[in-house]
Design a binder for this molecule. Structure first.
Ligand SMILES: Cc1cc2nc3c(=O)[nH]c(=O)nc-3n(C[C@H](O)[C@H](O)[C@H](O)COP(=O)(O)OP(=O)(O)OC[C@H]3O[C@@H](n4cnc5c(N)ncnc54)[C@H](O)[C@@H]3O)c2cc1C
Ligand code: SF4
Length: 558
């Protein structure tokens, strides 16, 4: 049988026996995708005691030595999905997607930042507008707090002047800096800057910079981009899916279950079937409520390929906006060479937002700077040497790695309707015109200036392997915006509860709903929103105990 399953074993037997088109099981809620958006939703709704089915196209990520092998992870892209998509010139690329229980969070860097309060308002850029959100920071604040507690975010409030207000301190202490990063922190402060401890979702118990014997995270050098062999990373599988399956028999997970299509019923206003391919078999599941959380790109694709007579442009697409307004941040991974060696193992502890909204010479936002996982010789080899070092006789990859300090730069990109994902003759196309590159260029220049003041070689060079193969178009890590939320059904796809306009039982809880993306990593906002929408759905299903039988009797096969 091509699926593995945890949780409700009775269902497995029934599904196995029937091997047919329609499952005899009817669920209160079906959630599609087990990343932070879907996994968190499953964790929340499992607590209602209602019957919840979680469908995941991938399997559990194998725990194996290769998890921590640079060659396997970065050069060979061992865990990256084998997809071929096309850009607007028709050139093939491989998107940076990971299909596993836990989704892309299995390989994420665990930096879990709140959007700034001003990110919820309209922000002007030379290239255009970063649109306002229809709800503001105060709606999200309690859910940000809950998300930080759930995902074990270690951090320290009060260091970063752009930090939004909060009701409580972090529940876990900040991850300590190793000596070279502490020196960078002190040097930055001496130069009048405001470095801060990066908030990181991690299962780390440390004392004086050393992981304690019982700590799942051992503070190794394979954070960020690698899966964690010791289950120390606070990803959606470890934090939400597995604990919920262990505690709640009413939650069922089916892996290797690809949702090919959503069907609508006679009214055209409700999802009546979720069509799932499990290897060669196809099963249709039914539920009162369906939550889509496949990642912003894959969720839009699911809506588009579910087009039918009632929804000829795709589900929830009367606005024509499904798949459009795609954002993914302008990201760069920059390696700076320090005169003194940098023996840091766990480098992802420092952030800097001094150029987030402006700089002394540019009155528009530049973006956010943080440390990225420590590069090693194999990664640098995989990327090729920068031109200025080509003359070195022994190809000094290891030397470079020993002296490198690695930064991650993020600038906001803007939602353009023409930046979109769509099908053409059954192939996936992703059109992308970059925006706000001037701000991003200036952010790099600011980093260069900082480095020259801090005894770090001012010649920086960009790494691309971390972002996935085929960057920049393949750099889909921060995908967002393909089904924005709002009050006007002609200008948005989802309403304020992230329910699809015009479809009564369809919700979306990945980053599709973002109207704009700010310049911080997106996942804490995805998790907070899943908890927010989860509260809404929990109330609905708890208030309507008979809804199941009602929808079921309307017919499971459209
Ligand atoms: C290398 C890397 C580093 C990152 N670092 C950070 C970081 O430090 N901080 C941060 O905030 N973010 C980071 N991110 C981004 C972060 O991983 C994503 O924002 C987050 O995982 C998105 O969650 P999601 O649930 O919306 O989607 P995903 O994590 O993509 O999960 C979607 C799930 O749906 C499944 N699925 C897709 N289609 C179907 C279908 N048709 N049927 C069934 N299942 C389906 C997929 O297999 C997947 O498991 C990083 C990403 C990468 C790749
Ligand atoms: S640093 Fe910790 S969480 Fe990251 S891979 Fe190493 S042990 Fe796992």
């Amino acid at each position: 049988m091509p699926l593995s399953m945890l949780g409700n074993q009775a269902s497995l037997e029934q599904i196995g026996k029937q091997n047919a088109m329609v499952s005899s099981e009817h669920y209160d809620v079906i959630i599609i995708g087990s990343g932070p958006g879907g996994g968190t939703m499953a964790w929340r709704l499992a607590q209602t005691g209602k019957r919840i089915l979680l469908l995941e196209r991938g399997d559990y990520l194998p725990r194996e030595r290769e998890n921590w092998d640079s060659q396997a992870v970065f050069t060979d892209a061992r865990y990256q999905a084998m997809e071929t998509w096309y850009n607007s010139e028709g050139k093939e690329f491989r998107p940076g997607l990971h299909y596993f229980v836990g989704g892309n969070s299995k390989v994420y860097g665990g930096v879990l930042l709140r959007l700034r309060e001003r990110d919820f308002d309209e922000i002007k850029y030379p290239d255009g507008i970063s649109p306002a959100w229809p709800v503001k920071y105060d709606t999200f604040e309690p859910y940000y707090q809950a998300a930080e507690e759930l995902y074990h975010v270690h951090g320290l409030r009060g260091e970063d002047p752009t930090e939004p207000w909060s009701t409580k301190p972090y529940a876990y202490p900040p991850v300590s800096h190793e000596p070279r990063i502490q020196k960078l922190f002190d040097d930055l402060k001496r130069n009048g800057h405001h470095p801060f401890h990066l908030p990181v979702g991690i299962l780390l118990d440390e004392y004086h910079g050393k992981a304690l014997p019982h700590s799942p995270c051992i503070r190794c050098n394979a954070f960020d981009g690698y899966p964690c062999l010791t289950n120390g990373k606070a990803d959606a599988q470890i934090i939400c899916v597995d604990p919920a399956l262990q505690t709640h028999q009413n939650l069922t997970l089916l892996t290797n279950s690809y949702v090919s299509k959503l069907q609508t019923g006679l009214s055209g206003k409700e999802i009546s079937g979720v069509v799932v391919s499990q290897g060669a078999e196809q099963v249709t599941f039914t539920a009162d409520i369906v939550v889509v959380a496949c990642g912003a790109l894959s969720s839009a694709l699911l809506m588009l390929r579910s087009a039918n007579a009632d929804h000829p442009q795709g589900l929830a697409n009367s606005s024509g906006l499904v798949g459009r307004n795609y954002m993914r941040h302008n990201n760069a991974t920059i390696l700076a060479i320090s005169r003194e060696p940098n023996p840091t193992k766990f480098q992802k502890t420092l952030g800097l937002n001094d150029f987030y909204f402006r700089s002394d010479d540019w009155h528009f936002p530049l973006g956010h700077i943080q440390m990225v996982g420590k590069s090693d010789g194999v990664q640098i080899h995989g990327e090729g040497l920068p031109d200025f070092l080509q003359w070195f006789p022994n190809m000094p990859f290891e030397w470079l790695a020993r002296h490198s300090i690695d930064f991650w730069l993020t600038s906001e990109d803007l939602p353009l309707p023409q930046n979109r994902i769509f099908y053409r003759e059954d192939q996936v196309y992703l059109d992308l015109t970059p925006t706000n590159m001037e701000g991003h260029k200036r952010l790099k220049q600011k980093l260069r200036e900082l480095c020259s003041k801090l005894d770090v070689h001012p010649h920086l060079f960009e790494r691309s392997l971390y972002l996935g193969k085929d960057v920049p178009i393949g750099g889909t890590a921060h995908q967002a915006g393909t089904m924005r939320f709002g009050t006007d059904p002609t200008q948005s796809v989802l309403d304020l509860n992230c329910k699809a306009h015009g479809i009564e039982n369809l919700y979306v809880t990945d980053a599709s709903f973002f109207p704009s993306i700010g310049a911080v990593n997106p996942t804490l906002t995805i998790i907070a929103n899943a908890l927010r929408v989860g509260d809404h759905i929990a109330k609905l299903i708890s208030a309507q105990p008979k809804l199941s039988s009602k929808v079921a009797s309307r017919g499971r096969v459209p």
